[in-house]
Design a protein around this ligand. Structure first.
Ligand code: DGJ
Length: 731
């Protein structure tokens, strides 16, 4: 890793081990231009890539055609309303209603380490692990300084970007659009890959051609969402899992986002990621700074697989902070699909007793333990224990569970308020709403206006009092509706456009505060399944509930899309009963276990009602979890075959960093009549070392396993699966 500035030609060169990113200061005015992002290159003097030697030349040589220059020049932080008609990265409104902004070079700093982003989650690293470049740019007319921030890492091919906007004028300015990164590059043969979904169907991979004009995905639902995901990749036409150029972009943020590619008249692309401009207008008073969230960028010349592994390493080593990140997480049993709202102390204890015998390590009590919450119509906000259900109280239950030898975890949905709740009756104005307009209900609930300090304080106290009241070691922090009717009584007329961003900052502040007070708490974020599975949340919780869909076959696609970016150690995955509660599918218990093993692993069923044959498999599965979890948590992930593509079978592999141990998961989704056995080629092995398959006698060299492959016999029936475990033969 390195960052240098060649003053003689005004070029910054940022290097990771295998990639380079070059920025040039161009012309007398000091335009900050993008020169190159791609595989590592040795030279610095590549300013020709900005094509400033072509017509219409730079403004100092040809100011009569200044607009033509501005409309083609590859700009690091394109402004607005001054001649560049491509998408702007920053838009403002000044006190006179004018919107022009144009940023020119002012100065820079290069330093070791990586500064924190105030109030925001971000990747981190020690002084010896990363370097940061900050380029200060200025619009002198506005008195607006924008600092572009880039960091490179020693151990991962990642470059991060973010920026801060400072008002150095005497008058207020409103920020109406801010992209954390903007990257101008040539269109070669890239397609756009995004993760699309819905409730119970999150993060399915979706490819599309990049046509002229603007192509984007985004969310203005107040969270990153089930529907679109704050990730996009440019994938070259011939790229595979292991070959070809791929650029990945991921937003370290949990709110509204816009990820966009624009293809212009010259076949250049402008790639941008930032807070969604819809309903966004943020006042920056004189002297104030607005900090935009971070984007993590990966350039891989070794296909999608290398991009995924790079993201996994980045997030495991430089984003997740929990003390649990390097620990085996307790195997949990959650009562949601087991009982829904219909439970009491006895029921939970009967589940806990049976679970303990089967090797399960933690009972998680889900929704319905508080207030008057017997279905999803009431009670949110009333965070006091419902002693009609939990007779003896919460502490009694937790103590009894602990006595059985299990840990105890609890569910909260702290950001919400039911119209039918004591809290709402006392504070109807605490819900986000617009005066005189009846707010939209979703799941019969409203969203609390946590941008208000008193509301945050109430939530914080509610959660923390419960956590202090008993030995609670895990919290599932849920969020089951998206934001509408954006209005806050605490914000002025000019500031209503700040609500969505302030809301996300408030979620971060609350979780940070809880974690500071309970540093050993295992936090799992959740949002109606996986609507907040994003890097912002990973900064606070080492695992996130991936989807409410626990069907093993639907999970193949959901977990494939999730693992495209996020480490398996972060993916909440549980075994549930069949017919599956979401899709009605019946799959073998073994397959449900094998698929959930590629995640944090747990159960979501009434173990006391499980058929004997299935119940007997749980100790085998929990033993497998202990055997393989270190490998799954820390290893390198290789996608071998995708059921979403071939519609027949799925296969992935996790190999330890030292390449001594490999676990292959194979799922035969559909059996095909009269077909050959399947040959599966492994990846990432040491070609010169020999590997022994655990169950078999045969020993193969790594090159044989990778190039010739292994044979998988057809299995009888659909939805069958197997795990194949190899270990390196020593000596
Ligand atoms: C949505 C979550 O994803 C579920 O697992 C469950 O906790 C419910 N909410 C409870 O309301």
């Amino acid at each position: 890793m390195n960052i240098v500035f060649d003053e003689s030609i005004g070029v910054f060169k940022l290097d990771t081990s295998n990639t380079s990113y070059l920025i040039g200061i161009v012309d007398e005015e000091g335009f900050v231009g993008h020169l190159y992002y791609g595989p590592y290159i040795s030279d610095t003097d590549i300013a020709y890539l900005a094509r400033i030697n072509e017509n219409p030349f730079v403004p100092s040589a040809n100011n009569r055609d200044r607009g033509s220059f501005l409309d083609t020049f590859p700009m690091e932080m394109p402004g607005s309303n001054v001649g560049d008609y491509r998408e702007s990265a920053i838009e403002i409104e000044d006190v006179n209603g004018h919107t022009a902004v144009s940023l020119l070079y002012k100065g820079h700093r290069i330093r070791n380490g990586k500064p924190k982003l105030t109030g925001l989650p971000a990747t981190f690293g020690a002084e010896e692990d990363c370097m940061t470049l900050e380029i200060d740019t200025i619009d002198k007319t506005l008195g607006l300084e924008v600092t572009l921030r880039y960091s490179v890492f020693k151990d991962v091919d990642v470059i991060t970007r973010s920026c801060s906007v400072k008002n150095v004028s005497e008058t207020t300015v409103f920020l109406t659009r801010i992209s954390s990164m903007s990257l101008d590059m040539d269109q070669e043969d890239y397609r756009l890959l995004t993760l699309h979904g819905s409730w119970a169907r999150e993060r399915h991979m979706d490819y599309r051609e990049i046509g002229y004009g603007r192509t984007n995905v985004g969310s203005f639902r107040g969270e990153s969402s089930h529907q679109e995901h704050p990730f996009m990749a440019l994938v070259s036409e011939k790229a595979t899992q292991e070959t070809g150029r791929v650029y990945g972009f991921n937003f370290v943020y949990s709110g509204n986002f816009l990820a966009q590619v624009e293809k212009n008249q010259f076949d250049n692309l402008r790639v941008q990621m930032g807070i969604h401009p819809k309903n966004f207008k943020f006042e920056i008073c004189p002297g104030e700074v607005f900090t935009a969230p971070e984007v993590t960028m990966v350039c891989s010349d070794k296909g999608l697989g290398y991009m995924s592994r790079t993201y996994h390493d980045l997030y495991r080593n430089h984003l997740i902070r929990s003390p649990y990140k390097e620990k085996e997480r307790p195997i949990l049993i959650n009562n949601w699909e087991a009982t829904y709202f219909d439970f009491d102390t006895d029921k939970l204890l009967s589940i806990a007793r049976e679970a303990k015998d089967a090797g399960i390590e933690m009972l998680v009590m889900d929704d319905g333990w508080f207030g008057n919450r017997n279905d999803d119509n009431s009670g949110l906000g009333d965070w006091f224990v419902n002693e009609k259900k939990l007779h003896g109280g919460l502490k009694y239950l937790v103590d009894e569970v602990n006595k059985l030898g299990l840990k105890f975890g609890i569910w909260f949905e702290p950001e919400m308020i039911s119209p039918d709740s004591a809290l709402y009756r006392a504070h109807p104005d605490w819900a986000i709403a617009i005066p005189d307009r009846t707010p939209c209900r979703l799941r019969n609930q409203f969203v609390l206006d946590i941008t208000r300090a008193e509301v945050r304080e109430y939530i914080y106290r509610s959660v923390s009092d419960i956590l202090h009241s008993a030995n609670i070691e895990y919290v599932k922090w849920d969020m089951n509706r998206q934001l509408t009717d954006l209005g806050s009584v605490s914000l002025g007329k000019e500031n209503q456009g700040e609500l969505s961003h302030r809301y996300v900052l408030a979620v971060y502040e609350l979780q940070e505060r809880i974690l500071c007070e309970f540093p050993n708490l295992l936090l799992e974020n959740c949002s109606g399944g996986g609507a907040r599975f994003d890097p912002g949340m990973l900064y606070y919780s080492p695992q996130i509930w991936c989807s409410d869909d626990t069907d093993a076959i639907e999970r193949l696609s959901i977990q494939e899309g999730t693992a495209l970016v996020y480490p398996l150690s972060s993916i909440g995955a549980h075994v549930s009963v069949c017919p599956n509660h979401t899709v009605g599918r019946v799959t073998p218990f073994e397959t449900r276990g094998n698929v959930a093993l590629a995640g944090t692993f747990g159960y979501e069923l009434d173990i006391t009602k499980l058929p004997k044959e299935e119940r007997e498999l749980i100790p085998i599965q929990t033993a497998m979890y202990h055997k393989y979890n270190k490998l799954v948590r820390e290893g390198d992930y290789y996608r071998i075959a995708s059921y979403a593509e071939n519609h027949l079978y799925d296969c992935y592999e996790v190999i330890s960093k030292d390449k001594k141990e490999v676990l292959v998961t194979y799922v035969q989704v559909l059996n095909q009549p009269n077909s050959h056995s399947r040959i599966i080629k492994l990846a990432g092995l040491n070609p010169n070392m020999r590997y022994r398959e655990e169950e078999g006698e045969i020993i193969y060299y790594g090159d044989t396993l990778m190039h010739a492959g292994i044979q998988i016999q057809n299995m009888w029936g659909d939805f069958q699966s197997k795990l194949i475990h190899f270990t390196m033969v020593e000596g």
